[in-house]
Design a protein around this ligand. Structure first.
Ligand code: KG4
Ligand code: ZN
Length: 333
């Protein structure tokens, strides 16, 4: 069976087709970055309007390039939340309308479950059970995963999400949107000069707090000469602190659960230094670490098609209502 996946929760329009035996058939992504960069961040109303413009042509192109027609599709999965309400509604309304027209079911997908399952699209997928670290722009979650749909929250960010901290720190260093990637590029020319704290690692528990790092970056920047080298050195110190903190907490989560497999996903998992820090930590623990390929770390349709396929197998299809839930805890799954 072929499952069509639709992702419109934020600033990327993503579509994909997943096949039950053949795996991922095709995926397409349209990024709105250029449009939002003029404003220094995502403008929700512009995001919604652009999803409206791009989504249907993208689905047409996807079917055409996959040599498939609507008749081949068994179900339509779409991101129902969490995310921007207007943006989600475009995906939800489109998915439900197509589902009604094509007389097939729609499947509501939780965006973070999509991220969590993204490594399953790789050739060598992780086996259950495992610990998942989900690091995106809106969430930082440590989850114990025993099966698809069986998630136990181990820890989460009490303030800024990891990606949010990257973006805010980038902004105060004068980097333009999308800040996270730009900060990580700048860090490449940084020299080890500053040492930032590793928040909440001196006490027990698996929660995170990243907002203090942003303030630390700001005061360090204000005290410096604010040269390009200063910026790069601060970017490196910030990134190193995030990477180290994530590694410390993930090691703790593996030890606490007795599990040996770590799965890392979400936009921030594209970060080279974070991937390296987590890979090194897991090697020391004699465990295994799994990441999605780089293009499936950030938002995409493929992870939604896959998560939707799993939900469809579990019999979780939607009624006719256009269902979107901007705030949606994973614990509700
Ligand atoms: O998962 P994602 O695409 O969207 C959300 O669900 O939020 O994650 C986006 C976040 C942004 O905060 C972005 O700055 C961050 O991921 N990000 C990165 C990198 N690439 C994306 N942060 C650090 N280093 C990167 N290479
Ligand atoms: Zn995401």
């Amino acid at each position: 069976m072929y499952i069509l996946g639709i992702e419109t929760s934020c600033d990327e329009t993503g579509v994909a087709i997943y096949h039950s035996q053949r795996g991922l058939i095709h995926h397409l992504l349209y990024s709105q970055i250029e449009m939002h960069s003029e404003y220094g961040g995502v403008v929700p109303e512009l995001a919604s309007r652009d999803h409206i413009r791009k989504l249907i042509p993208l689905i047409e192109q996807l079917l055409h390039e996959s040599n498939l027609t609507s008749k081949d599709i068994t179900a339509i999965a779409y991101t129902a939340g969490p995310g921007l309400m207007g943006a989600l509604l475009v995906g939800a309304a489109t998915a439900q309308s197509l589902a009604m027209a094509w007389q097939i079911p729609a499947v509501a997908v939780h965006h973070m479950e999509g991220h969590l399952l993204a490594p399953m699209l790789e050739e060598n997928p992780p086996a259950f059970p495992f610990v998942a670290l989900l690091i995106s722009g809106g969430h930082t979650l440590l989850v114990q995963v025993t099966a698809v749909g069986k998630y136990e929250l181990l820890g989460e960010s009490l303030d800024d999400a990891a990606g949010e901290a990257f973006d805010k720190t980038a902004k105060l260093l004068g980097l333009s949107y999308p800040g996270g990637v730009k900060l990580s590029e700048l860090a490449k020319s940084g020299q080890v000069r500053f040492r930032f704290p590793r928040p909440m690692t001196d006490r027990a528990g698996l929660d995170f707090s990243f907002s203090g790092l942003k303030t630390f970056a700001l005061t360090t920047f204000q005290k410096s000469e604010q040269s390009e080298q200063d910026k790069a050195d601060i970017a490196l110190a910030f990134q190193e602190a995030v990477a180290d903190t994530l590694a410390i907490k993930c090691r703790r989560a593996l030890q606490q659960t007795g599990l040996k497999t770590l799965v890392v996903a979400g936009g921030v998992s594209a970060n080279t230094q974070i991937r390296a820090a987590l890979t090194a930590m897991v090697a020391k623990e004699n465990g295994k670490v799994f990441f999605p390929r780089l293009e499936f770390c950030t938002d995409n349709g493929a992870m939604i098609a896959y998560a939707g396929y799993q939900r469809f197998l579990a019999g979780e299809t939607q009624g006719l209502e256009i269902f979107a839930k901007p705030r949606w805890a994973m614990s509700e799954l």
